[in-house]
Structures are given as structure tokens and as C-alpha cells.
Ligand binder design. Structure first.
Ligand code: AHR
Length: 318
């Protein structure tokens, strides 16, 4: 039990409340509607939320939407019916959450967007959005490529594995990457398709790209590490050398990506931290204490090329 909670409990008991009533009165309940279990990143994010809730003494009601928006909406409605103190969720897609967010607001339950944002004009529907700047991640990926290909006038044919269609990271990582590479016409995205952020889909779509374009492909830009890892398998099965015949850029910086970089199969991973649990729990406590929390909390992240992978690997926490 945290020192802060001990102090609150002691005060309630000192004010004459029996211990069991003090425990109930002091409890904070958080409803968290997770996207699913589509990637190594997501598994680390779920773990971070669960561990931090336990550490903070917050009761967590956890729902896994299995990458389906309707499941997530159902879970949020159930949290409203259960009158939880705070609702947090990572939206599967960016649009379509307006009605349920308005229901939460009408019930006076604060909502925190964790990891992903929603495309809604009325920003009074959530109290805070904490997570990465996905557009900047896309830009970082683009800048790394521009730097790597600097000095060459040859056309660079790029295939792109997009994340889940309609999700904030897929939309914004595409936008940020294109913003940078569009400054030089030698960069051409010749194929772009969703791999739904999973290894299996990443492999399947890369197989189709290879079938259609073969050795024309110079670069793979994958919106997450899992799709890149699936694609690496497809590239090897096609008799090509990943990170040599095809330059591979991905996003997340999970341990699986570091292992691929150390094996010489992935060129670079742009970091996206899933360790949002501690700041989420702090925000929940602050809200419960009547404090105002920042509307936007941006996660600080770096870029890890294969040359630094072995040195950085022991420091990786996910
Ligand atoms: O929203 C974050 C993204 O979702 C991660 O980059 C990806 O791996 C996950 O599935």
C-alpha cells in the first residue's frame, strides 16, 4: 500500500470510520478498455497498466476489445453503468467514439485517452490524452531514410505496411513519413497496405508485395515492429537478405526489434514507449483528488539504428 493511501486511511479511521468502511470509501476504481493483444508493444502496455494499478492501490477493471471498436464501446458503456471513478482507453480507431464519450460526460465520469487519440472536435469529452506523437515518429522514420540515402540520385522504391486502418498511429505515422520523403522525388511509395499491426498480417502482405514487385523493392517502412518481423520472414523465404537487399525501418523499439537488429535483419526502429501505466495512475489519483491534469502529455522517445542495438539492449524495459 502506498504511503499516500496509508495517510488517507489513517485520517478516515481517526475521523471515526470503521476500517472496512474507510477502505471502501478510499478506493479508486479505474475502467480500462484496451485495444487487444495484437503486438509485443500492446502486451507491454497492458502489463504496465496492470502493474501500475496494483502498485498504486487502484482497483482496475480491464477489458480487452480484441481490436474491435464495438467491443470497446460495449466495455466503456459497462464501466459507465458500474459508475467507475475514471475511464481510460486506447481507441482502436480514431472515429465513432463521440456518442459513448458524451454518455461518459453526462454521467460525470472523466475519460483519459491513453496511447491513441480520437478524431472528435469537442475536446471537452476527455480530460487528458497521454501518449506518443505518432506524426513525429513518422517524421523520424523519414529523416533516418533521407539521411541513409543522401548522396544517391537513384530512385528509392518503398513499400509500406500500415497499421490498423483508421487508427491514429496508422494515419499519423503515414502522414509524418510522407511529409519528410516528399521533399525529394527520388522517394516513391510503390505499394501501401494495412498489416493490422500483427506479425501474421505483416508477413502475408509482404509476401504479396514481393510477388508483385520482386527485386524492385528497396525499402520497407512498417508502422510497427511486429509487422516488420513478420515481413523479415517473408523476405528470407523469398531468398532475399533483410536489411541488406531491402532496407527495413519500423516503429516501437520492442525487444523483438532489438533482437532482429542485433541479428543484422532490421536497420532501425523508431521508439514508441508503451510504459504509460505509472503516469496514468498518477493522473487518476490527481483527478480523484480534484486536481486539474494536463490536457496533453507527450511521451519522450528516441531512434535506435542497428549499430547501437547491442549496446542499448540491456537497458530495454519492454
Ligand atoms: O498505438 C500504438 C501502436 O499499437 C503500436 O505502435 C503498435 O505496435 C500497437 O499495436
Amino acid at each position: 500500500m502506498s504511503t499516500q493511501r496509508r495517510t488517507v486511511l489513517a485520517a478516515l479511521v481517526a475521523a471515526g470510520l470503521p476500517l472496512h468502511k474507510a477502505l471502501a470509501a478510499d478506493k479508486i476504481v479505474l475502467g480500462f478498455a484496451q485495444v487487444g493483444a495484437e503486438s509485443e508493444w500492446r502486451a507491454a502496455n497492458t502489463q504496465s497498466v496492470k502493474d501500475s494499478a496494483k502498485e498504486a492501490g487502484i482497483e482496475l477493471k480491464f477489458a480487452d476489445a480484441q481490436q474491435k471498436q464495438e467491443n470497446q464501446i460495449k466495455a466503456i458503456r459497462a464501466f459507465i453503468a458500474q459508475k467507475v471513478d475514471v475511464i481510460a482507453f486506447s481507441p482502436v480507431v480514431a472515429t465513432g467514439f463521440g456518442p459513448v464519450l458524451r454518455e461518459a460526460k453526462a454521467a460525470k465520469i472523466p475519460v483519459i485517452l491513453s496511447d491513441r487519440s480520437v478524431d472528435e472536435k469537442d475536446d471537452s469529452l476527455w480530460v487528458s490524452f497521454m501518449g506518443s506523437d505518432f506524426t513525429e515518429e513518422g517524421r523520424r522514420a523519414g529523416r533516418w531514410l533521407v539521411e541513409k540515402m543522401k548522396g544517391s540520385k537513384d530512385t528509392v522504391n518503398i513499400v509500406e505496411l500500415q497499421g490498423t486502418t483508421g487508427s491514429a498511429p496508422a494515419i499519423e505515422r503515414k502522414k509524418g513519413f510522407e511529409e519528410i520523403i516528399s521533399a525529394d522525388p527520388k522517394f516513391k511509395i510503390i505499394r501501401s497496405q494495412t498489416g493490422d499491426f500483427t506479425r501474421a498480417k505483416g508477413k502475408e502482405v509482404m509476401e504479396a508485395f514481393l510477388k508483385a514487385e520482386g527485386k524492385k523493392i528497396n525499402v520497407l517502412y512498417a508502422h510497427n515492429d511486429d509487422m516488420a518481423i513478420g515481413a523479415i520472414q517473408a523476405i528470407e523465404e523469398a531468398g532475399l537478405k533483410p536489411a541488406k537487399d531491402i532496407t527495413i525501418i519500423s516503429i516501437d523499439g520492442v525487444k523483438g526489434a532489438f533482437e532482429a537488429m542485433m541479428a543484422g535483419k532490421l536497420n532501425v526502429s523508431v521508439e514508441c514507449s508503451p510504459l504509460l501505466g505509472p503516469q496514468l495512475m498518477q493522473a487518476v489519483k490527481d483527478l480523484k483528488a480534484g486536481k486539474t491534469i494536463p490536457k496533453r502529455i507527450v511521451t519522450q522517445e528516441g531512434v535506435f539504428p542497428m549499430e547501437v542495438a547491442a549496446k542499448e539492449f540491456p537497458n530495454r524495459k519492454y
